[in-house]
Design a protein. Structure first.
Length: 380
């Protein structure tokens, strides 16, 4: 069994919420309340190797996954996605359901590929979620992996129910996707609450350069989307609005097409074939806000936060873009304006985040961090 470049480009789908799992999981339920969910976890090894060809940590990470999900033996393959990764390796296996898991190199402390990214397949049930919760706990408890300087967790959600199939339909350009436009405007208008609830801290910032809200410096794009009449919100028209601002986006990232559109709090580039995703469209949204999540309870909470926002946003007709960052028009990493943007989010009134959770119909996780804490707190 060999793994190619397209294999490890697994579509990572939606995540949701399983509280403290006091009730038995239902195998026929969607993962975290969403149709499909996959994740990317970025780790630093506590026992790194100086040899690129050493796959000990690849095998170890995937071993934890195989323990929970079963499946084939781990196989390795040369990984040459980037020129400065020559000589590196990727590893993968198929779980008991035939789904592919991978570990690929990741940049952790600079420009060297000195970290490890664990990529799950699309997960589809609460049973999958419970296994995933155990998996992240086992990785942390092993002491072999930890959060590094650049560690994050990405959630990618299947939104094919809102945009329809992108391939195989010659008329998809004229398909109305008004509800998906509602989702975009809902996510971007409520972005400060997402940051308040997820609480990222990487690089000493709330907003880091790998997860910049679109509303910081693409306000005109979002306003134009909002002004588009619902009957005119076709896939082709919406995509063309994004493309209209592609030159602006590329300039914001110093002409780097690879970074343009990708490094957003919510990445829509895969849907519309923008930037590096030209010719490789997928009906997914990637949420990039979270740091590495090692706590199973927080994993469930953040997962449901994003998935419920997509669900509620699709049922909340939007006719305007409510700018969460009035007066902010640029983003320069580590500049005074960057620190001011952080403070603007930190100073968002706590009641706003609480009200937002109420709108989504979910609640904050127990602060003890473990389900056992519920019983300890009552003296049971």
């Amino acid at each position: 069994m060999r793994f190619g470049r397209q294999d490890f480009k697994i579509v990572v789908f939606a995540v949701g919420f399983v509280a403290c799992l006091l009730a038995p999981p239902r195998s026929n339920a969607n993962a975290f309340g969403h149709s499909k969910v996959g994740l990317e976890f970025e780790y630093e090894a506590t026992r790194p190797s100086t040899r690129k060809e050493d796959v000990t940590n690849h095998q170890l990470l995937l071993g934890f996954a195989r323990e929970q999900f079963g499946g084939s033996k781990v196989r390795v393959e040369p990984w040459a996605k980037y020129m400065n990764a020559t000589g590196s390796w990727m590893a993968g296996f198929k779980d008991a359901q035939g789904r592919k898991w991978f570990v690929v190199p990741e940049k952790m402390n600079g420009e060297k590929f000195d970290g490890f990214e664990l990529i799950t397949p699309p997960l589809e049930s609460e049973v999958d979620v419970e296994k995933l919760r155990r998996l992240v706990a086992e990785i942390k408890n092993s002491g072999r992996f930890r959060a590094g300087y650049s560690s994050s967790t990405h959630f990618t959600y299947d939104v094919s129910h809102l945009v329809g199939p992108i391939s195989g339909d010659p008329n998809f350009e004229s398909r109305n996707i008004a509800e998906f436009v509602d989702v975009i405007l809902f996510l971007e208008s409520n972005i400060k609450s997402f940051y308040n609830l997820v609480e990222p801290e990487r690089y000493g910032h709330v907003v880091n350069r790998y997860a910049v809200p679109l509303g910081v410096n693409q306000k005109e794009l979002l306003s134009e989307l909002a002004q588009l009449p619902r009957g005119a919100r076709t896939f082709g028209r919406v995509r063309d609005i994004f493309r209209k601002y592609e030159r602006v986006e590329t300039a914001l990232f110093f002409g780097d097409e690879v970074q343009a559109w990708k490094n957003r709090a919510f990445n829509y580039a895969k849907i519309f074939g923008l930037g590096q995703f030209k010719g490789a469209q997928l009906p997914v949204i990637e949420a990039r806000i979270a740091d590495l999540i090692e706590d199973p309870v927080k994993l469930s909470f953040v997962g449901e936060l994003f998935s419920q926002a997509i669900a509620v946003g699709s049922k909340t007709p939007a006719f305007e873009f409510r700018d969460p960052f009035p007066g902010v028009k640029s983003f320069v990493n580590d500049s005074p304006g960057h620190f001011s943007l952080d403070e603007l989010i930190r100073n968002n009134h706590p009641d706003r985040a609480t009200a937002f959770l109420g709108k989504l119909g979910i609640s904050r996780p127990f602060k003890g961090g473990r389900c056992e804490g519920l019983f300890a707190a009552t003296g049971s």
